[in-house]
Design a protein around this ligand. Structure first.
Ligand SMILES: C[S@@+](CC[C@H](N)C(=O)[O-])C[C@H]1O[C@@H](n2cnc3c(N)ncnc32)[C@H](O)[C@@H]1O
Length: 336
């Protein structure tokens, strides 16, 4: 880091567009960090200088660079409520990630190795949690209030409900409390499946369990009034692939929701991914609304004791409420 780079950060922080432009034209590296571990883009975002933010982004400043505290430029804009800077960074993030997704899909062969490894390992139920062999949390009891809202969303029209991923059965227990016609559950882990049978899920009159990976059992599925998707050991691309089946699986006036844990450790990355999934679902004719749920109360430091990775660190959880755009579907979710 040079003195001139410190000057670039200072100019970005003060919003001196002309100076920033001159330094960029002189060839200064816009991606470099200063002595505080911040980039010029973070300085501009923190102080709400949207035009400098745009200028730096056009000059190639990385929207997703992180400072030592794990915050990106968008986090600084969010924390300080600088809407124009948020919008500029959000657009840059969405564009970059959409392009990245296309390139990834074209260049690499699909890998489901991570999911297959998880499904071959032991999964263990203990007090309020389901963990894999590496002490990663597959599911935790603190999510109960979240699952209650997901169930409300997908059961709001009654009828036939599909849930992908049983875990601790929280969402399925909530689904059973609604006046639905039929309840199909897909589960791929042998230990989870064994527990489902041991706890009586195989004998419920309106429940059908399909044991297998959702990817493999798709041909066995019908059409549903409500669908919920929440698996483990999969990537965004896998959920995206599941979404491509929604036009076939979801009835015209059906409701869909999914566990919205994407980038659960960074508020701005999470925002970017909420918009990406919304855009991609829109491409399938599906509208997405997000229901805000404050979750701070659900989480205590104790919650994560012995868990490898804190997969959720944000204050608000956004429950997706999805429906076909051409249907008069939105309205109330709590009528059933
Ligand atoms: C996060 S848990 C689901 C939690 C559940 N929503 C609840 O309320 O307890 C994910 C579940 O998906 C299952 N799973 C993982 N990959 C799967 C796949 N490809 N197909 C079907 N189930 C899968 C896991 O074994 C696990 O039981």
């Amino acid at each position: 880091m040079t003195e001139t780079h410190e000057e670039l950060c200072k100019a970005a922080s003060e919003g001196s567009e002309l100076e920033v432009k001159q330094m960029v034209q002189a060839g200064l590296d816009v991606s470099e960090f200063d002595s505080h571990g911040m980039t010029p883009l973070m300085h501009a975002a923190k102080n709400g200088h949207a035009s400098v933010v745009s200028l730096l982004l056009e000059a190639g400043a990385p929207w997703n660079a992180l400072d030592p505290s794990g915050r990106c430029a968008g986090d600084y804009a969010l924390e300080n409520e600088h809407q124009d800077a948020i919008d500029a960074l959000l657009n840059a993030g969405i564009r970059a990630e959409l392009i990245f997704g296309v390139v990834e899909r074209q260049s690499s062969k699909k890998s489901d190795a991570k999911n297959k490894v998880y499904l071959e390992e032991r999964a263990e139920f203990s007090e309020g949690r389901l963990i894999d062999e590496e002490s990663n949390a597959v599911m935790m009891a603190w999510e109960n209030p979240l699952m209650a809202v997901h169930a409300k969303v997908v059961c709001s029209g009654g009828g036939d409900i599909l849930n992908v991923g049983f875990g601790m059965g929280l969402v399925d227990t909530a689904i059973q409390s609604y006046a639905i016609a039929f309840h199909t559950i897909i589960e791929a882990h042998p230990d989870v499946y064994a527990r489902m049978l041991a706890t009586g899920w195989g004998e419920k009159p309106n429940v059908r369990i399909i044991f297998g990976r959702w990817q493999d059992v798709l041909p066995q599925l019908g059409t549903y009034d409500g669908i919920f998707f929440d698996t483990f050991g999969e990537y965004y691309e896998d959920m995206r692939e599941f979404h491509e089946s929604l036009p076939r699986l979801l009835k015209k006036d059906g409701r869909y929701s999914f566990f919205n844990g994407m980038c659960g450790d960074n508020a701005f990355f999470h925002l970017v991914y909420c918009q990406i999934v919304k855009l991609e679902l829109a491409g399938l004719g599906i509208e997405t609304e997000f229901i805000s749920l404050p979750v701070r109360k659900c989480l205590e430091e104790e919650t994560w004791k012995g868990i490898q990775h804190k997969y959720w660190q944000l204050e608000t959880y956004y429950v997706p409420f999805c429906y076909f755009a051409d249907e008069e579907n939105k309205g109330q979710i709590g009528d059933n």
